[in-house]
Write a protein that binds this ligand. Structure first.
Ligand SMILES: [Zn+2]
Length: 72
């Protein structure tokens, strides 16, 4: 079944076909982008910023990942 290609809600990377149904992190391209989105919601400071530096967002995502390493 083919579906229209979609893009990551954070960085705009094109997602794989069928990501909407096959990816647990849809609509994001990676766990990192998902964390960035969560971080935006968790921290009110970022909800008002529309054009944050992508590098800064990635950095924040990495930091969050360090703190939230769940056992596999
Ligand atoms: Zn992304």
């Amino acid at each position: 079944m083919r579906s229209t290609p979609s893009t990551c809600a954070i960085c705009g990377t094109t997602l794989e076909e069928g990501a909407a149904v096959s990816s647990p992190i849809y609509p994001f391209c990676s766990v990192r982008c998902k964390q960035i989105d969560l971080l935006r919601w968790c921290d009110g400071r970022y909800t008002v910023v529309n054009d944050m530096d992508p590098d800064l967002l990635l950095e924040l995502g990495e930091r969050m990942g360090d703190q939230d390493e769940s056992p596999a």
